[in-house]
Design a binder for this molecule. Structure first.
Ligand code: GLU
Ligand code: MG
Length: 440
């Protein structure tokens, strides 16, 4: 049961919690916030706490703006202990001093999109697979093991870190489904059990915090950077999604193709149609596009299938009696996305598909990495944007993303990404020095 204000104050008192962290996410999905002593909490829960809201605007920060953080009691969770004291966190709704929701608050943006779904009777569920690497430190991608997909070791440091992270997540009420070594050396995955999208956005933010924190406590470095090592798999965040009406899965139809209902087919068609426009939100760094290349189980081509791990959307095979499990798996997002915004745009694309009764193209079950360009053209298979700039330009022209994110976040997000691109395009990289300097 989620706690109310009274419940939070009781927990803080009974468990001897001395520090309460008020968290929110900036536009780029980094956790921001400040810490309160337990004594101040009652006031904060009642009236909110003022702070300088410009911290939310990422690189595109312009001026100080007064905002209020209103902690949501339902998001209360105790953080793993460290430093000899107990602390807890609460996610906040951000408001202007006159009490209006702040249009630049990613939590508010997702809430609004979820309301649009709720108006049609839908609840949006998400199950993410967030991958990460563990390295010796943050200054080089120096691996800790040579393990591969599903390699079972007990004592290897990556496995020990993974287990500690798993227990820390479970202790915070974040249910884990399973965890394993991933394909690349030093790469791991812990899958969270699906839940409603707002709750899941905050579980994803907390997951990143916990994985990094556990590694740091043990003297290592965990990273969600999408492609830290050239030539091996990068880290994705395959995102399983479904819409429910009450406790019935609206994606499930026992006699439908792949057990998909009409609603699921329309949602799928919406994702495929709008994916290029929302890619900058799902894959928001320059580095993200080094992952989205052929040959490393990350998607490049815009198509769907069931067995096909090179497809953008997969329909996982589920037991015939498992109505709850019918879902669509979008494979392009990566784990540095802002989950509030990512879930917002995916939902908006799916709902648009439903609204317009879009039909998806036929599924593709062949390995698309191996198709020639002309075969792909024959099947009319498009590709994802190949770099951040191309992706941002697509987003800039997207009415769907503008509506899903609202004018404020949409513009700020694009400003941020153009600053990032500009910074990147002026860099002289190791690759250029190695390739050109010896011969030119
Ligand atoms: N690491 C792959 C990716 O970048 C996915 C591999 C897997 O989950 O098996 O999406
Ligand atoms: Mg994986």
């Amino acid at each position: 049961m989620p706690l109310d204000q009274e419940g939070v104050l009781r927990e803080v008192h009974d468990r001897g919690i001395s520090i309460v962290r008020l968290w929110f996410a900036d536009i780029l999905g980094h956790i921001k916030g400040f810490a309160l002593t337990a004594r101040e909490l009652e006031d904060a829960l009642g009236q909110g706490m003022g702070f300088d809201g410009s911290s939310i605007e990422g690189f595109a920060r312009i001026q100080e703006s007064d905002l209020m953080a209103h902690p949501d009691p339902a998001s209360f969770a105790i953080l793993p202990s460290g430093g000899g004291y107990q602390s807890a966190r609460l996610f906040c709704d951000l408001k202007t001093p006159d009490g209006k929701p702040f249009a630049g608050d990613p939590r508010y943006i997702l809430r609004q999109n979820l309301e649009r779904a709720a108006d049609r009777g839908f609840t949006y569920y998400i199950g993410p697979e967030m991958e990460y690497f563990c390295f010796k430190g943050s200054d080089a991608a120096e691996i800790l093991d040579h393990g591969g997909y599903f390699d079972a070791s007990i004592n290897e440091i990556g496995t020990v870190l993974r287990k500690k992270s798993l227990f820390a997540l479970e202790a915070m009420g974040i249910q884990v489904e399973y965890s394993h070594h991933e394909v690349a050396p030093s790469q791991h995955e812990i899958d969270l059990r699906y839940c409603e999208a707002l709750e899941m956005a905050e579980r994803c933010l907390t997951y990143r915090f916990i994985i990094k924190e556990v590694a740091r406590q043990e003297g290592y470095y965990a990273t969600f950077m999408p492609k830290p090592i050239y030539g091996v798999n990068g880290s994705g965040m395959h995102t399983h999604q479904s819409l429910f009406k009450g406790d019935r899965n609206a994606f499930f139809e026992p006699d439908g193709p792949y057990q998909l209902s009409e609603t699921a087919r329309h949602f799928l068609a919406g994702l495929l149609k709008h994916v290029r426009e929302m890619t900058s939100v799902l894959n928001q760094t320059v580095n993200s596009y080094k992952r989205l290349v052929a040959g490393y189980e990350a998607p490049v081509y815009i198509c769907w299938g069931q067995m096909n791990r090179s497809a953008l959307v997969r329909v996982p095979r589920v037991r015939a009696d498992r109505e709850q499990s019918t879902r669509l798996e979008l494979r392009s997002p990566d784990p540095v996305t802002n989950p509030y915004l990512a879930f917002s745009v995916m939902l908006a694309a799916g709902l648009k598909g439903i609204e317009e009764k879009l039909e998806p193209p036929p599924p593709v079950e062949r390995d698309i990495y191996r198709l020639s360009e002309s075969e792909r053209a024959e099947l009319n298979i498009q590709t994802l944007p190949s770099n951040l700039y191309e992706a941002v330009l697509e987003t800039k022209g997207s009415e769907l993303v503008r509506q899903a994110l609202g004018e404020h976040v949409f513009n700020k997000f694009i400003d941020n990404k153009l600053i990032e691109w500009d910074e990147w395009r002026m860099q002289v990289t190791d690759y250029e020095i190695k390739t050109y300097l010896p011969i030119l």
